[in-house]
Design a protein around this ligand. Structure first.
Ligand SMILES: N[C@@H](CCC(=O)N[C@@H](CS)C(=O)NCC(=O)O)C(=O)O
Length: 208
């Protein structure tokens, strides 16, 4: 059975999986689910992910949810591509940035994204938007300072870290809000978005 990815492409967590699969040239079919597409509350979906969240993958009876676990699962099977390095310290370095994305950067972006993109203007909470914007600026400054010293997030080439942080950065850089200039972050984002594997994610410049 071909790999099946469940999840709408507007989800940052689905984007990570799609980018990784495209980067590796893995064949898959994607089923829109979540958000307006629904499906995530059906018994079939809940049997795959009782959290009722996307993404989920299915492959030959193997089912996996949690986007970064999926990204690692896909990356680990192509050791030549070295997206998730075999060397333990290099791998830990990539893992550190993957954790930072899922535990720090993306959560900081949640309020400003939901308020500006998914909440009608008359219902928005200006204080929540501003608090989220400030935290995203602080974290983007950390990313920018790091990327002043290194071409990719880790010192040993393009990895899963660039994919998952890249998806979060794509969202931040396309939010309709004034941002400080981050020359190193923007240089890195420009480089990774030129990779053919990123196309499905980075070609969507209007966030939904
Ligand atoms: N920790 C999970 C979070 C998954 C998650 O929050 N998914 C969101 C989309 S980004 C979701 O399914 N929201 C409900 C929906 O789309 O219906 C992961 O990384 O996969």
């Amino acid at each position: 059975m071909t790999l099946r990815i469940w999840g709408r492409l507007s989800s940052v967590n689905v984007q990570k999986v799609v980018w990784c699969a495209d980067e590796l040239g893995i064949a898959y079919e994607r089923v829109d689910a979540g958000g307006a597409f629904g499906l995530t509350k059906t018994p079939q979906f809940l049997a795959m992910n009782p959290n009722s969240l996307v993404p989920v993958i299915e492959e030959d009876g193997f089912v996996l949810y949690e986007s970064n676990a999926i990204v690692r699962y896909l990356a680990a099977r192509d050791s030549a591509a070295s997206l998730w390095p075999a060397d333990l310290r290099k791998r830990a370095d990539a893992d550190r940035w993957m954790e930072w994305q899922s535990n720090t950067y993306t959560p900081a972006m949640r309020d400003i994204f939901w308020q500006l993109i998914r909440t009608p203007a008359e219902n928005r909470n200006a204080a929540a938007i501003e608090a989220s914007r400030r935290e995203c600026e602080r974290l983007s400054g950390i990313l920018d300072a790091h990327l002043a010293q290194t071409r990719y997030l880790t010192a040993h080439g393009f990895t899963t870290a660039d994919i998952v942080v890249g998806c979060a950065a794509h969202r931040w850089l396309h939010l309709p809000v004034a941002r400080e200039r981050r020359p190193h972050l923007e240089r890195w984002y420009g480089e990774i978005r030129s990779r053919p594997g990123s196309r499905q994610v980075t070609s969507q410049t209007t966030l939904t």
